[in-house]
Design a protein around this ligand. Structure first.
Ligand SMILES: [Zn+2]
Length: 263
């Protein structure tokens, strides 16, 4: 049965999709066959294609992919910010999984021991708000690249798409690192070296991401010193934020703290 009006929003149908809400015009009764093909297989497959495509783009050409998206090629991308949330979930999961393989001390830590009250508060704030803290990369990085890379005349929100894409890449790399390096533990790969390697890869990736987006606008040196300034600004922003939170938890007395929020 074909309808002349959209069963979702009531608008008159003129094509394969509703011009009002975008739902497919074809809303035949759900049978076993179209349940299997349209709703289950195609639905999951399309979703997965979107996720895989977006993840691959974020890893291989974050700058150009963000520019594509900003320019209007958006259909193939899965929602970047939702994918960031999903990846944070995977990151936390693989962090804990790493403990299963990685912790050779053999001790089960059930309750954390804190140096002082400020350490405890700080640790709690950071571990409870880590999604928000990780997300702060988006506005910080967007502001920095907005200030530094002016030639394309993108606005801060457009720069946020780029910083979102790069945050996604960072989180994907960290997750992959969590999966890869614990396995390498069998080869006696030290955990410190592993996190050093991941950090180096991430810094190179961020570097590459901004080069990928804006390298064509400036000379190589012009891009390089802008990216260096980008990192300086980012460190300053993170430093100020940390001092504010640290001041807050220590009643502005500061002093010594020791935290392991991600452990
Ligand atoms: Zn509709």
């Amino acid at each position: 049965m074909k309808n002349n009006i959209c069963l979702n929003c009531g608008k008159k149908l003129t094509d394969k999709f509703c011009s009002g809400c975008g739902q497919k015009a074809d809303t035949r009764r759900i049978t076993f066959k179209n349940l299997l093909y349209n709703d289950v297989i195609q639905g999951v497959f399309n979703l997965e294609l979107g996720i895989l495509y977006t993840a691959k783009q974020a890893l291989l050409r974050p700058g150009q992919a963000a520019l594509d998206y900003i320019a209007g090629k958006r259909k193939r991308f899965y929602n970047i910010f939702y994918l960031i949330l999903l990846t944070i979930g995977a990151l936390i999961f693989t962090n804990n999984m790493g403990d299963l393989f990685g912790d050779q001390s053999g001790e089960l830590v059930t309750k954390k021991v804190y140096l002082n009250e400020a350490s405890e508060k700080l640790d709690k704030i950071i571990s409870q708000k880590r999604n928000i803290i990780l997300f702060l990369f988006v506005p910080f990085a967007a502001f920095n690249s907005f200030v530094l890379f002016r030639k394309k005349k993108l606005n801060v929100s457009e720069h946020s798409i780029l910083s979102g894409m790069i945050l996604l890449g960072i989180l994907l790399l960290s997750t992959l690192g969590n999966i890869y390096f614990p396995l390498n533990n069998f080869l006696n790969f030290s955990a410190n070296i592993a996190s050093l390697v991941i950090t180096a890869i991430i810094i190179m990736y961020v570097w590459y991401g901004y080069f990928n987006a804006f390298g064509g606008d400036y000379s190589n040196w012009g891009t390089t010193y802008r990216i260096m300034l980008f990192f300086v600004l980012l460190c300053l922003e993170i430093g100020v934020l940390f001092l504010l939170v640290f001041g807050y938890v220590s009643d502005w007395k500061f002093g010594e703290v020791r935290i392991t929020p991600f452990g």
